[in-house]
Design a protein around this ligand. Structure first.
Ligand code: UDX
Ligand code: UDX
Length: 464
């Protein structure tokens, strides 16, 4: 019986391992993490990660072939295949700060594996990593205390949050990079339980590592490209959704990732592009670095532009005005807020002295305050008095769209949650200040119907 261990019970490690356990009843899967509270949550009825369909799978496998614990060394000793799925945030200090990936957690994992392992193990990089990280992992492993031997594979995860379960069930491809064909085959066999072998691509280690960064850079580039065009649409009376539909029918372009928005977020896009930029600079490819950096700059511009437009439209001042913020997650169907455009928009509105009523169906109240604190704090993690006062006094996290909009001058849609489309806008309008503005940062509402009710509607890349 194959035994798998996964270090890191996060948004990637948790769902991926649950799917392996679900599809491979004869494989024993042990997910470990240094964070006891996170492990306790994985063992409870309220999982730490919200994903449609995830709970059902975890509940069906937990106690059978799926285990969550903090017994890291034991899990390493028992496993044949060890996945590393810890986070690799952007470095905030020292060389490469703000760009390079912080690999300290990866290194720590590799050292722990080297210390605890006996015999032969396959170590799989699941975390997204800069090219040639496997080199470092291999060197650390080769210093094993117990003479253990290792094969290192790269197996990046392409799931998107909010659709993790369907992405895992039916992936476009599974990518496995490595050197030893026997080790690669062992991992192919695991995925082949449910993925067509034709969709399991095998490459060398470095191609696999670089493919993940490149895929995210291309996806983010599409969003930044359409967002750039949205700014042009706003001044030319073109409609960005019509432009996207028109170009998307060209089979060479394709229809996906062309939705103009308030800006992309999530734990991967920005981090992976900055990483790519750092790598290019490291190798002296300055023009290549600059090219990709522009994708992130365009995204910053889009987020800042949204707030500027709100303020300008509302007679150049939002000071003391109550504003309803609908949605705080970086996209719908997830409770994840990492790099969410909402955090940046809310910060900028707070610094205009606005009062924010924030509602998100899945994000925890404390998370919203923590995200704002983290963004507004200085490098030492301290808030100045003014920002502290703004977060304490001007941020109200509420329980419904209705509560957020009551008494407000405007509603800003920052996440495309389905429930926002079916809100009772007649009633909401009657409870708002007039003129009542809607800023649809996701272009999801029926703008003509809202206008008929009386709202003044502003959208991304189109005149309403
Ligand atoms: C992470 C990376 O950010 C991403 O680049 C990669 O593709 C997959 O892994 P995610 O699962 O979303 O993504 O991260 P996160 O939800 O933060 O989970 C990481 C987990 O690793 C955390 O629960 C953390 O406690 C754990 N961890 C971290 C360890 O168990 N040991 C460590 O040394 C560091
Ligand atoms: C992304 C990749 O899609 C996935 O393959 C990889 O494994 C991790 O990074 P994720 O960040 O979970 O996944 O979500 P994604 O659906 O890619 O959306 C990223 C951001 O782009 C979101 O903020 C989303 O709202 C935004 N977006 C996406 C747009 O603004 N417009 C679009 O057309 C698509």
């Amino acid at each position: 019986m194959t035994k798998i261990c996964c270090i890191g019970a996060g948004y990637v490690g948790g769902p991926t391992m649950a799917m392996i356990a679900h599809k491979c009843p004869k494989v024993e899967v042990h997910v470990v993490d240094i964070n006891q509270a996170r492990i306790d949550a994985w063992n409870s009825d309220v999982l730490p990660v919200y994903e449609p369909g995830l709970y059902e799978i975890v509940a069906a496998c937990r106690g059978k072939n799926l285990k969550f614990s903090t017994a890291i060394d034991q899990a390493i000793r028992e496993a044949d295949i060890i996945f590393i799925s810890v986070n690799t945030p952007t470095k905030t200090f020292g060389a490469g700060a703000g760009r390079a990936a912080n690999l300290e957690y990866i290194e720590r994992c590799a050292r722990r594996i080297a210390e605890s392992a006996h015999g032969h193990k396959i170590v799989v990089e699941k975390s997204t990593l800069p090219v040639r990280t496997a080199e470092a992992v291999k060197r650390i492993l080769s210093a094993s205390a117990n003479g253990a031997t290792f094969d290192v594979l790269s197996n990046p995860e392409f799931l998107a949050e909010g659709t993790a379960i369907s992405d895992l069930l039916d992936p476009d491809r599974v990518l496995i990079g490595g050197e030893n064909p026997a080790a690669i085959e062992r991992l192919v066999d695991v995925y082949a339980h449910w993925v067509d072998r034709k969709k399991i691509l095998t490459t060398n280690l470095w191609s696999s590592e670089l493919s993940k960064l490149t895929a995210n850079a291309f996806l983010a580039q599409r969003v930044s490209s359409i967002n750039a065009i949205s700014a042009l649409c706003e001044v030319t009376e073109a409609n960005v959704d019509e432009v996207a539909a028109a170009i998307g029918t060209d089979s060479r372009i394709g229809p996906k990732f062309l939705k103009a928005s308030v800006g992309f977020g999530g734990s991967c896009f920005q981090k992976d592009i900055l990483n790519l930029v750092y790598l290019c600079e490291h190798y002296g490819l300055h023009e290549v670095a600059e090219y990709w950096e522009q994708v992130v700059k365009m995204n910053d511009y889009q987020k800042a532009r949204f707030t500027r437009n709100m303020v300008k439209t509302m007679f150049n001042t939002v000071s003391g005005k109550r504003l309803a913020i609908w949605g705080f997650a970086f996209k719908k169907d997830t409770n994840d807020t990492r790099e969410s455009a909402a955090i940046y928009v809310c910060r900028d509105l707070l610094r205009e002295n606005a009062i924010l009523n924030i509602y998100d169906p899945k994000v925890a109240h404390e998370q919203i305050r923590n995200d704002l604190r983290d963004l507004m704090a200085n490098e030492a993690g301290e808030l100045n008095q003014l920002d502290r006062r703004l977060i304490d006094n001007n941020v109200h996290v509420v329980e419904s769209t209705q509560a957020a909009a009551s008494g407000a001058h405007a509603i800003a849609i920052l996440t495309e949650w389905d429930e926002f489309k079916t809100a009772d806008f007649e009633r909401i309008y009657s409870q708002m200040q007039k003129p009542a503005f809607i800023f649809d940062g996701r272009n999801i509402l029926d703008h003509q119907a809202l206008k008929q009710i009386g709202f003044e509607v502003h959208a991304i890349g189109r005149r309403v």
